[in-house]
Design a protein around this ligand. Structure first.
Ligand SMILES: NC(=O)c1ccc[n+]([C@@H]2O[C@H](COP(=O)([O-])OP(=O)(O)OC[C@H]3O[C@@H](n4cnc5c(N)ncnc54)[C@H](OP(=O)(O)O)[C@@H]3O)[C@@H](O)[C@H]2O)c1
Length: 241
């Protein structure tokens, strides 16, 4: 499918990877809606950038772990655009939680945003989609968990399962795929020494870039209509390390 004139929703689109995906879609001629939860000024800036690219852009505040917020989001999209063509689930909770200090709160925060939030967006978003694509941003840690992030890793394993189950439920109308990034953008709290340690573990010996994820998303949306239920790893070889 081509993106020109399509209605695309990117969750968590105010910053970082979500922002890059939103701008990448607008550069291909799509009208882009982003969601944010706390980053209102950044969301306003992204809407201005999207508008300059010719997009009928909109930012909506939503806590995606709450069904009422997701329903209100989809309602605004229906009223303004009357449909949705592409959903990109990118918003996530990525909180370090060493095992000995793990609590129910860590579990709920990761699972509610990353898995339940993606599910709610897919459920209510699919009702606005006649045909289209869903992209779930998972993580290589969804198949090979790393230490210190148990709820996050489990949530991303769930996102991979959700992708496959949705692909069956929504075929042949909507194709559902997951992108599993490796190290692309370091969390803001990561020290330079920690960033170098990551590089030593990646076969390609560097961090990737948001452009790698945008290019993959564009391929999955515009490059082929014959993939569904698949997971594409964009991880510098981390999975085979
Ligand atoms: N960065 C990487 O290298 C990397 C690697 C592997 C996988 N990934 C995956 O790629 C995606 C994007 O990564 P990222 O690093 O750009 O993400 P991020 O900065 O950790 O989070 C993206 C946005 O998610 C939003 N968010 C968090 N909880 C939310 C909630 N309950 N409701 C609504 N929005 C919520 C936040 O919005 P506000 O700021 O508005 O609060 C945040 O800006 C994520 O799914 C991540 O797991 C990233």
């Amino acid at each position: 499918m081509t993106l020109r004139g399509r209605i695309v929703l990117v969750t968590g689109g105010a910053k970082r990877l979500g922002r890059a995906l939103a701008l990448g879609m607008a550069r291909r001629g799509a009208h882009v809606i982003i969601t944010y939860r706390t980053s209102a000024p950044e969301a306003r800036r992204v809407v201005a950038e999207l508008t300059r690219l010719g997009s009928r852009a909109l930012a909506v505040r939503a806590d995606l772990s709450r069904a009422a917020d997701v329903r209100a989001l989809m309602d605004r999209i229906r009223r303004r655009y009357d449909r949705l063509d592409v959903l990109i689930n990118s918003a996530a909770n990525f909180e370090r939680s060493p095992f000995r200090r793990l609590t129910e709160r860590h579990w709920d925060a990761a699972l509610d945003t990353n898995l339940k939030g993606s599910f709610l967006c897919a459920l209510y978003g699919s009702r606005l989609m006649r045909r289209g694509k869903m992209l779930n941003i998972a993580d290589w840690a969804g198949v090979r968990p790393y230490r210190g992030y148990l709820p996050y890793c489990v949530s991303k394993a769930g996102v991979i399962g959700l992708t496959k189950a949705l692909a069956k439920e929504l075929a042949p109308r909507v194709q559902v795929v997951a992108i599993a990034p490796g190290p692309i953008l370091p969390p803001e709290r990561m020290t330079p020494a920690e960033r170098r340690r990551v590089v030593r573990r990646v076969p390609l010996r560097r961090w990737g870039s948001p452009d790698d994820i945008v290019a993959t998303a564009l391929f999955l949306i515009e490059g082929t209509d014959f993939m569904t239920g698949s997971v594409v790893f964009v991880d510098g070889g981390q999975l085979i390390a």
